[in-house]
Structure formats: C-alpha cells, structure tokens
Ligand binder design. Structure first.
Ligand SMILES: [Zn+2]
Length: 446
C-alpha cells in the first residue's frame, strides 16, 4: 500500500500525541527498559545496587533523577568486559544484527549494537524525519555520508523505506558527486554543512550554477552545528537555491535522533525513543525545560544496549511546547559540545557563536579558525579569517570590524584577529572541517 503523498505526517498519531499521552507512553517504556537493563546488563545491576535504586522506584518520569548517570567513559570502561558486547549490553550477541562505532575523535571508538527490532525502529524514525522535511516517493535522494562503521550510513534505508529513489553516494570525490547532481538530477542530498558549502563553491569554480544546473531542492546537514546557525544555513541556501534542514544524531543512538521541520525552530527529537533531561554542567542538578545545560538522554526502546541517563556532552535546551507544525515532540537546540566550550573572562563561549558572527560579516569569506590558548593564567581566543579579494578595506580595518562584532555577540573580545587573503586558510576539507584548535594543556573530565 502506498502512502498518500499529500499527508503531512509519517505517523500522525505518534507525532501529534497530546503531551500527556506522550509522557504516559514514555513512562511505560521507561519502566520496562529500566527493568530490562537491570535484569540483563551486568553494569546496570551493579550501579543501581550501589546507588540503592531499583526499577520499581520508577513511578513517574521524574523518578529517573534517582538513577546514576553514565557517559562515554562508562561505555569505554565496560566495552569488551565479560563479553564481546560488554557490560552495558542487555542481549546476547546472537540477537544483535548491526553495530556502528563512534569516530573515536575523543578517545577509543565506542560500539553501538542494535537488535533487529532496534534497527527497524531506528529506520522508521529516519523515515519520519525524511517525510518531515518533505521527502516523498517521487524524490531522488543522494546519501552523501560516510558508510564505514558510522551510524549515519544506514539512514539511507529510512529514505528507501519511504519510497524515495536512493543513491548510496557515501563520501565520493566531489567531481563524481557533481557529476551525479548534474546527470541524475537528484532533488535532496544529505551531507555536512561545511561540505555543502564547499561542494557549492567547487561547483561554481567548475563552471556550474548550483541553482540552475542541478535540481537540488533540499539539503540535509548534520554532524556540525552550521545547520542550526541561521547565517550559515542562509549562506548555504543562497548558494544552492535550496532549503537547508538540520539533523542531529548521536553515534550511540541513531544516525538522526532529531530533525528540523519547516519552521526551523529547533529540532524535533523522537521523544518516543529518547527521554531528555537537561542538567547543570557544573552541579549535575536537573534543570527545567527551556533552561540551557548538558543534555542527558535515556533510550526508551533500544534493547541491545540501553542507555540510562547518558550524558551526551552536548550543551543545549529543549522546548516542550507544541510546534506550529502540529508536532508535539519537543524541540532541542544545540549550542555546542561541552568540550568545545571555553571560558574567557568568566563568559562561556561556543565556537558556534563565533561562526555565526563570521558568517554574517560582509567582505570576508566565512572560513575561520579559532585558537584557544592560555596567557597569564587565563584562557584567551584568537580568530583567523579570510578577507575577500574584492574587499577594499585594509587588514587592520577588517580585523577591527570582526573583533567588534565578536565582542558584541559573545561578550568578550578576541585576543587578536588574523586576516588571511582569500583561500589562505587551510580549513576547506572534504570531511568535517577542523576549525577549533585548543592549545591549552587541560585535562577535560567529561
Ligand atoms: Zn515543527
């Protein structure tokens, strides 16, 4: 049976559940998964016993606050202990059909296992996000994400299950990707925001007009913050003449756990799968919805490796009010990684704030590099940018303009702004761009 392409929702009942009803379902699943984790995962049995809590203590959603946190370190420490899947896993290996691993960019890669049911529900969630941004069976879709080990690779199956014509692009060299865009005329593509920008620039340099020579109507971006920074999103949209949608994934859960709708006002998170808490980054105290802190997720339905109170390391907030699109699942906004945040003169600064300023300024290319360093026992930051070739201002004038804008936005002036000529910064890469260099010798205890 094919779906009505005019239907707004992938799963209307689920996506528009009244809040009370949604929370009732969350509570049922929470009770079940906490019990399942306690009875089947050696780590949870031990940690709950040590904390003096039992699955029966969950009477309301708030009762989750009595349970201990876990984090990346817990995953690393328990991985491979006792069995191949480790002590956080709650099913035997024969029930597992897929594992993805994290990039390992901040340490030993961690492995995320899925049962068949976990995987099917993961893909149904991905179909829901694709439908939400307007993908329909008559779309042609290029999945230009890494397929090797990475949890975002299989997301293409969600698009395929929806009925779209899928092109498993992976991380093709840009010339071949441009050939596909030109020849097959796909309507939707998913890549990282920095690559969406660079691919557009390469297309222009190769003599294409991305607005006319291709047929891209929508660009999905994830993996970096740009898609939620209005100035960056707008710059990519202007370059391609397409609408940009930000997705948010976690290697520990799903390729995309949350996605923007047509209002681009935060990212709807699959609250039927994830119970979201926000905690104070210093005290661990649980905050109210709307307040900014570290996001803590409990997976409500993943049985292979349940995550109970997993500290994500991402700083953000959740808005649980109903969205204008009619969906009731809360919307998260991510400000940045806890370990990317730096404190200058008692002010929390996120690289995303700096990016927003750089992308809004005229006369510079939008490429940047941030250096964080220590001087006189305090943290400072410097920003390197590129002046456009046709900018008549002197380097000093450009530096002063950017410095003042950064002070206005973040509250603290950079120690210096270094101005390079157009193309002078080595930040354009085929993959995730490294734009923050921390030269301080600090041991982060995340
Ligand atoms: Zn919405």
């Amino acid at each position: 049976m094919s779906r009505d392409i005019n239907k707004k929702f992938w799963d209307e009942e689920l996506e528009t559940l009244p809040r009370e009803e949604l929370e009732k379902r969350q509570l049922e699943d929470l009770k079940e998964i906490v019990k399942f984790a306690y009875e089947n995962a050696p780590y949870y049995k031990r940690s709950f016993d040590e904390a003096g809590v039992k699955p029966e203590d969950i009477k309301t959603l708030k009762d989750i606050e009595k349970f201990p946190f876990i984090n990346k370190k817990t995953q690393r420490d328990t991985q491979g202990v006792g069995s191949f899947l480790g002590e956080l896993a709650a099913v035997p290996e024969e029930d597992v059909v897929f594992i993805s691993t994290s990039s390992g960019s901040t340490g030993v890669p961690t492995m995320s296992p899925f049962t068949k049911k976990d995987f099917d529900e993961f893909q149904d969630t991905e179909s829901r996000w694709f439908w939400q941004i307007g993908m329909r069976p008559n779309d042609r879709y290029v999945h230009a994400l890494n397929f090797s080990l990475y949890v975002g690779g299989p997301d293409v199956i969600g698009a395929q299950n929806l009925g779209a014509l899928c092109i498993w692009g992976g991380t093709l060299p840009s010339e071949r990707l441009l050939f596909i865009l030109k020849t097959y005329k796909p309507t939707i593509i998913w890549t990282s925001p920095s690559y969406a920008w660079q691919l557009g620039e390469k297309a222009v340099k190769a003599g294409y007009d991305p607005k006319k020579d291709f047929n891209i109507k929508k660009i999905i971006v994830a993996g970096e913050l740009g898609g939620s920074i209005d100035a960056t999103r707008k710059a990519i949209e202007d370059l391609w003449g397409a609408e940009v949608y930000d997705f948010y994934g976690l290697s520990d859960i799903f390729g995309a756990c949350a996605a923007q709708c047509e209002y681009h006002d935060g990212l709807h998170i699959a609250e039927n799968h994830i119970l979201v808490e926000t905690i104070d980054i210093h005290t661990g105290e649980v905050l109210e919805p709307g307040q900014t802190g570290e996001l803590v997720f409990t997976t409500l339905r993943k049985h292979a490796r349940p995550l109970i109170r997993f500290k994500t390391g991402d700083i953000g907030r959740i808005d649980t009010t109903k969205c204008r699109c009619g969906r009731t699942h809360g919307r998260i906004s991510i400000l940045g990684r806890k370990d990317d945040m730096f404190i200058v003169s008692a002010v929390n600064v996120f690289p995303s704030d700096i990016e927003a300023v750089i992308r809004e300024q005229s006369g510079i290319t939008g490429e940047y590099l941030i250096r964080i360093f220590e001087q006189d026992f305090t943290s400072k930051y410097a920003v390197e940018i590129e002046k456009k070739a046709d900018n008549a201002k002197t380097d000093d004038e450009v530096a002063e303009q950017v410095s003042a804008a950064l002070k206005a936005r973040t509250g603290v002036k950079p120690a210096r702004v270094v101005v390079h000529p157009d193309g002078g910064l080595n930040t354009r890469s085929e993959h995730k761009s490294r734009r923050v260099i921390d030269e301080r010798n600090i041991d982060y205890n995340i």
